[in-house]
Ligand binder design. Structure first.
Ligand SMILES: Nc1ncnc2c1ncn2[C@@H]1O[C@H](COP(=O)(O)OP(=O)(O)OP(=O)(O)O)[C@@H](O)[C@H]1O
Ligand SMILES: [Mg+2]
Length: 400
């Protein structure tokens, strides 16, 4: 039957690629729930690439959930994306075994999950920068009219130049009416928006929710809600307000804390309406931090005076909303007063808690290892999988 379907199919025939012949597989770098990823040398271009081969049955199962909707394939979406904080995909196709494959730039570096766990110097110094870079990649993604549906640290890499790259477009859908209808609950449990869990109509705001969970975790190493392994746990998203990150991290710039908490709102209408809106206070806070780094003064978490500050990474946005900045500025001034006694002149961390000693030493040895002789596979050191990172299998009738 399959054979007949294929025989009469009007789809243009794609040439099959013998990947074993074309690529020298240097080493396995990842085993996602949907694929295998290798570091490989492409004999055609001569370059070292990341070769992602999708699991045939699981991909078919996922695609069957969008039957009749013409959902573009992961590779088709990936090759169209062109943004400094999104992994570059050079090519996609079908293997001689009929598996979908993608050829990408190889990102040498770390998984964001690793950095969340480590809370090392890199994370303490660059956390806000990474948050903004991730937000910028989502902004681009949304402008191109897609919904990512699986924003979480596992799907984000940071390269050795400290630049963030969003990966994995396996669950991406177009931001068009047929794909927003209630139904499919795909994603990673702890990062899934309440409306998605409740099988309600979705929108790009589900990515804003996942982004906010990710930011919360990047800063605090904790999820806003208990690990979401079971339906009960996931339903806490719906019924219990999350712990305010400001309480967890009293030194965190209130502007940043408020932005994240608004991204975690239960009802999409109470959340940031666009990722661009959410980025405004984050960028404003970043400009203040940059200025502090330049002038080497103590962090002053006052967002009111920043109109003339430019940064290399982010552009200033003149459309800043008064209400947000006024509110955060008032809170910031209060905080500043209480903090005057504990100045740390050379610390520009967003939050100034030191990482535990044992974490520090692990990171140092990792760094040394990384700089030593060409290790087989350097990318994507992942921490032990946390319960909270459970990936929800792509099965339409599944209950969590
Ligand atoms: N371009 C790349 N460069 C280096 N490593 C990569 C690259 N793309 C993917 N990887 C590694 O492979 C792993 C799996 O990739 P990816 O997330 O795309 O697969 P997946 O099967 O869709 O995953 P999931 O479990 O999220 O469904 C990543 O976590 C990362 O460690
Ligand atoms: Mg993934």
């Amino acid at each position: 039957m399959n054979f007949l379907n294929r025989f009469f199919s009007k789809e243009p025939k794609t040439p099959r690629v013998n990947i074993k012949q074309r690529f020298e597989l240097i080493g396995r770098v990842g085993q996602g729930s949907m694929s295998k990823v290798w570091r490989a040398r492409d004999s055609q271009s001569g370059r070292v690439v990341a070769l992602k081969v999708l699991h045939k049955e699981k991909t078919l199962e996922l695609e069957s959930r969008f039957i009749g909707l013409n959902k573009p394939k992961e590779g088709e979406i990936a090759v169209q994306l062109n943004h400094p904080h999104i992994v570059k995909t050079f090519e996609h196709g079908l293997t001689t075994d009929n598996e979908q494959f993608l050829v990408m730039e190889f990102i040498e570096g770390y998984s964001l999950s690793f950095l969340v766990e480590a809370q090392n110097e890199d994370m303490r110094t660059n956390c806000l920068k990474y948050m903004i870079q991730l937000g910028e990649s989502i902004k681009y993604f949304h402008a191109e009219n897609w919904i990512h549906r699986d924003i979480c640290p596992r799907n984000i890499l940071v390269n050795n130049d400290h630049e963030l790259k969003l990966i994995d477009f396996g669950l991406v859908v177009p931001n068009t009416a047929p794909f927003l209808q209630p139904g499919n609950r795909t994603g990673t449990a702890a990062y899934m928006a309440p409306e998605l869990i409740k099988r309600q109509k979705t929108s790009q705001k589900i990515d804003i929710f996942s982004y906010s969970v990710t930011c919360y975790e990047m800063l605090s190493k904790r999820l806003p809600w208990e690990a979401a392994e079971t339906l009960d746990a996931v339903l806490q998203h719906i019924n219990t307000p999350p712990e305010n990150i400001q309480q967890l991290l009293p030194d965190l710039t209130p502007q940043v804390a408020d932005a994240i908490m608004k991204g975690l709102e239960l009802y999409p209408q109470d959340r940031w309406q666009t990722i661009e809106d959410m980025l405004e206070p984050l960028k404003a806070a970043f400009r203040v931090h940059q200025k502090l780094v330049e002038t080497k003064t103590t962090p002053i978490v006052d967002s009111s005076d920043q109109s003339d500050i430019s940064t290399s990474n982010v552009s200033s946005n003149p459309k800043r909303k008064r209400s947000t900045s006024d509110k955060t500025s008032r809170r910031a001034k209060q905080l500043r007063k209480t903090k005057k006694a504990n100045k740390k002149p050379d610390s520009f961390d967003l939050h100034q808690d030191q990482a535990p000693q044992e974490v520090e030493s692990t990171i140092n040895s990792d760094r040394e290892e990384k700089q030593s002789e060409d290790p087989p596979v350097k990318a994507n050191r992942q921490p032990k999988k946390k319960k909270s990172s459970k990936h929800i299998p792509k099965n339409p009738d599944e209950t969590l």
